[in-house]
Design a protein around this ligand. Structure first.
Ligand code: NAD
Length: 470
């Protein structure tokens, strides 16, 4: 799967070293310079399950996507090459071996990663992903994204990300627990409440955070501020679980008013129905919006009459798949989900799902990115040309890290805020960030994504230079 390039883009690629040509749109299918670097041998011995139809994904890597947007913003900000080089690479990258004896009584070796991209604005902050496609390249990209994201919403953190190359859907709970604890044992030296604070991401949840905190506590004493996204029973914050989805809906509401769309009349499609998608869908429904299509990793369904997000969430909580939900909706091919007519398409699964080969089929007025890097640069260009408004990941899905920040503040004070207080403060921050990015986009005459990167990078560069780091 490759993007078709225009002549102008081809020229830009030829003159890649010439800043005046602007950065080329990365070609989907081309390996990036970091691709595969440090990629640990994934565990191949896990049980196999039946193959299910999966929507196509871009071959352009998350790293190439983030790098593309960084390059454009760095050029606009006229960052000298030597300064830009500091922010194009990570501060620290840790790769560890996690040998765990599984229930088949064999030792399986998993690869774990923690990448700290930049800590100029505060302790490193970022989720931990358990997924079979995790590799250093992906974690590196997601860590960099966190640096810009925390700066865009203006909370005092740097950016980090972690992950373990494993498939939790094929593991028993006690096996996931062993992997989580062993991973913490191997990386705890670079973590801590004033150093680097993990949180949940794809394939991890509050329970995994509880194990991570407990393991950290065995070595350092009870330290709730060492991990966020914890269960309420273990000093988690009210509102954290729903926070990313809530933030998505808060920025959607702001963006809707700019295109004269009444959020209560909107139709939406949700790609991914896990933490982010499940909460965003329920909160959209609370506004009165109607979900006309939804997918998870196992399949997709559509209904013009609407699919009840609340009932679907209960079905999924009980272990059900989206395609097995008995709602009268029609099962559709996961590839056709993107082509459903709707006001808002919300990608809330993995990176690279909106790409050169499917962006043109999209029939929405707006994309609000719940997932990280769901849209390739080429798809972004196609959607912009079609007049689709995009609220980018670095802004749209920042609600989770904002409430993680609230959780950390509460933990440091051993004091708990009410859920209303959390949601209200989250709304203030998300709306402020939306306004600032929208204003910058208006000033520059660009879409929101380049404006958001510019704002984030500018703040990080200022902090690094004021510190004397650069
Ligand atoms: P999750 O594991 O809870 O849910 C992921 C969902 O995506 C599941 O429903 C899964 O079935 C679905 N999915 C996986 N592959 C799919 C495919 N090929 N097609 C359709 N659906 C597919 O993960 P999450 O925490 O909800 O994270 C989702 C996205 O949001 C990720 O990109 C993550 O990095 C990003 N994100 C999460 C948070 C957070 O607080 N959890 C914060 C910011 C960004």
């Amino acid at each position: 799967m490759r993007d078709e390039v225009t002549e102008e883009q081809a020229e830009a690629q030829e003159g890649e070293d010439d800043a005046a040509d602007g950065p080329a749109v990365p070609q989907e299918g081309e390996a990036g310079e970091h691709s595969g670097a440090g990629h640990g041998e994934p565990d191949k011995s896990a049980k196999q399950t039946e193959e299910e139809p999966k929507p196509s994904r871009a071959e352009v890597s998350n790293y190439e996507i983030v790098e593309h947007w960084f390059k454009i913003a760095a050029e606009r900000l006229e960052l000298p090459d030597d300064v830009a080089a500091v922010f194009r690479s990570s501060y620290r990258e840790v790769q560890v071996q996690i040998p765990v004896r599984l229930s088949d009584d064999k030792i399986h070796v998993f690869s774990g990663y923690r990448v700290q991209h930049n800590g100029a604005r505060g302790p490193y902050k970022g989720g931990i992903r358990f997924h079979p496609e995790v590799d250093l390249d992906e974690v590196r990209a997601l860590a960099e994204l966190m640096t810009w994201k925390t700066a865009i919403v203006n909370i005092p953190y740097g950016g980090a990300k972690g992950g373990v190359n494993c498939d939790p859907s094929k593991l028993e709970t006690k096996e996931v627990q062993s992997i989580a604890r062993s991973f913490m044992d191997k990386i705890e030296k670079v973590l801590g409440p004033q150093r680097d604070i993990p949180a949940p991401d794809v394939g991890t949840n509050a329970q995994v955070m509880a194990w991570l905190m407990d393991e950290y506590g065995k070595l350092h004493g009870h330290t709730p501020a060492s991990v966020t996204g914890k269960p309420i029973a273990l000093e988690g914050s009210y509102g954290r679980e729903a926070a990313t989805g809530r933030g998505v809906v808060q920025v959607f509401t702001e963006a809707a008013s700019e295109i004269d769309l009444d959020p209560g009349d909107a139709t939406f499609v949700m790609q991914g129905f896990g933490n982010v998608g499940g909460w965003a869908a329920r909160l959209m429904q609370e506004l009165g919006a109607k979900m006309v299509g939804v997918a998870d990793a196992h399949g997709a369904v559509a209904s013009k009459e609407g699919i009840d997000a609340e009932k679907l969430a209960a079905h999924v909580r009980d272990g059900g798949k989206v395609s097995e939900f008995d709602s009268g909706a029609d099962e559709i091919s996961p590839d056709d989900l993107v082509a459903l007519e709707c006001d808002v398409f919300i990608p809330a699964a993995l990176g690279g799902m909106l790409h050169a080969d499917n962006a043109d089929r999209m029939q929405c007025r707006m994309v609000v990115e719940g997932a990280n890097s769901p849209t390739t640069p080429r798809a972004d260009e196609i959607l912009n040309d079609k007049g689709v408004r995009i609220v980018p990941d670095v802004l749209a899905n920042a609600g989770g890290v904002v409430v993680s920040y609230f959780e950390w503040v509460q933990n440091l004070q051993h004091f708990r805020w009410s859920e209303d207080e959390v949601n209200e403060k989250l709304g203030e921050i998300m709306r402020r960030a939306f306004r600032q990015v929208a204003e910058r986009a208006e000033e520059n005459g660009t879409p929101m994504r380049p404006a958001a990167y510019e704002l984030g990078i500018e703040r990080v560069v200022e902090a690094a230079s004021t510190r004397g780091y650069i």
